[in-house]
Design a protein around this ligand. Structure first.
Ligand SMILES: C[S@@+](CC[C@H](N)C(=O)[O-])C[C@H]1O[C@@H](n2cnc3c(N)ncnc32)[C@H](O)[C@@H]1O
Length: 355
């Protein structure tokens, strides 16, 4: 599984911000209580505003939620790089930037951005973000509670990370952007809402670069009332983070999220050609009666990639060890039967490659 961690520089910056709350990274009891309190707040009021004014909430965001959302955004940015999504984008607007998990993930990937503007209704969040970013030269900060089209320049990327869940809808002005990066919690409700946004974006002339490998209707939205598209990565948490988590009922060895990367500029012919033989894995592996099945997406059809491990006699047991969120290159000639694409021979298995 793809692995993500928090760079050391943020451990130091978080530690120095905690000092002003009379805390440090090893204050696991107080930090655990703060995270539980914030988690209860979200469970009781799923769409309520973030309580950033509270010292305990700031401590919980800094130590627990910022690292998780940073890792999620790094993973999304990596998918964007693989699909050519960032080509020619020169500036970004991060709306509801909070502590900056999306902006910092973008900057840390050394993309060609010349500037980024972080907008949040909370000046406290922006102050924390300034410190976490180490006063990065090319980041601007503005207190704002409305996304306005005036902010959008040519070649702008608009980013919404874990913020639509606090807004009623994607701000209509966002549709003026050349590119959109939206990251949301991997809940059925938020995930399916995002798939409805995908439909709106396509109707408005956008092309989806990821996670979709096609521009057709979404099989998860259209063929099931229960499915929703989400990704899963491995979270390589720092030791101090694990010590806080040990005090919590929730465990996050792997973390999930839903996302969309969309642009007005269509993918290049080369990218389109390359995508024709690919599929995204949109489910966790299912083992049943000697058969392995993976829900995949490559068209409006709801399909599984399947194989019988004992019959294939794989030389390397790990060769079909794939995970949710990965894109696979599929060989020609796989048999299609009752919604399944069957890997029937060891030669076919050898040709299924992760991209
Ligand atoms: C859950 S946090 C997400 C922060 C960050 N984007 C991330 O991915 O970690 C949501 C943020 O959106 C901000 N926010 C909520 N409603 C807003 C609005 N109408 N205008 C600007 N910011 C808003 C909150 O202050 C908070 O910082």
């Amino acid at each position: 599984m793809r692995k993500y961690s928090l760079p050391e520089i943020y451990h130091e910056r978080i530690a120095s911000l905690l000092a002003s709350h009379d805390l440090n990274l090893l204050s696991k009891a107080r930090l655990g209580d703060a995270v539980l309190r914030l988690s209860d707040h979200y469970i009781q009021n799923p769409s309520a505003a973030s309580p950033l004014k509270e010292s305990w909430a700031q401590a919980a965001y800094l130590t627990y939620y910022f690292p998780l959302n940073y890792a999620r955004n790094r993973a999304v940015v990596e998918q964007g790089q693989k699909s050519g999504f960032f080509a020619g984008l020169t500036n970004f607007i991060d709306f509801g930037s909070g502590l900056g998990s999306a902006s910092l993930a973008l900057l840390d990937e050394n993309l060609a951005f010349q500037s980024g503007l972080c907008l949040d209704s909370s000046s406290i969040a922006l102050d924390l973000q300034k410190d976490l970013s180490g006063d990065a030269q090319n980041l601007g900060f503005q207190v704002a509670s409305r996304f306005s089209a005036d902010l959008i320049k040519a070649n702008s990327l608009s980013v919404f990370s874990y913020v639509l869940t606090e807004l009623d809808e994607l701000p209509p002005a966002a549709l003026k952007s050349e590119a959109l990066m939206i990251v949301e919690p991997a809940t059925r409700e938020d995930g399916r809402k995002l798939l409805e946004i995908r439909k709106t974006l396509i109707k408005n002339g956008y092309y989806i670069y990821a996670p979709c490998t096609h521009q057709g209707s979404c099989p998860l939205l259209e063929h099931s009332p229960r499915d929703w598209c989400h990704d899963r990565i491995s979270w390589e948490a720092p030791q101090w983070w694990r010590a806080i988590e040990a005090r919590l009922p929730m465990k996050n060895r792997t973390i999930t999220y839903s996302y969309l990367l969309a642009r007005r500029t269509p993918p290049s012919e080369l990218q389109k050609q390359a995508l024709l033989s690919t599929a995204r894995i949109v489910g966790d592996p299912l083992e049943e009666k000697g058969k392995t099945r993976l829900l995949i997406c490559r068209s409006p059809k709801r399909e599984f990639l399947s194989w019988f491990p004992p019959r294939l006699k794989l030389k390397d047991k790990k060769s079909l060890d794939f995970n949710r969120g990965e894109v696979l290159n599929l060989p020609e000639g796989l048999e299609e039967k009752s919604g399944e694409l069957r890997i029937a021979t060891i030669e076919q298995a050898d040709l299924v490659k992760r991209i």
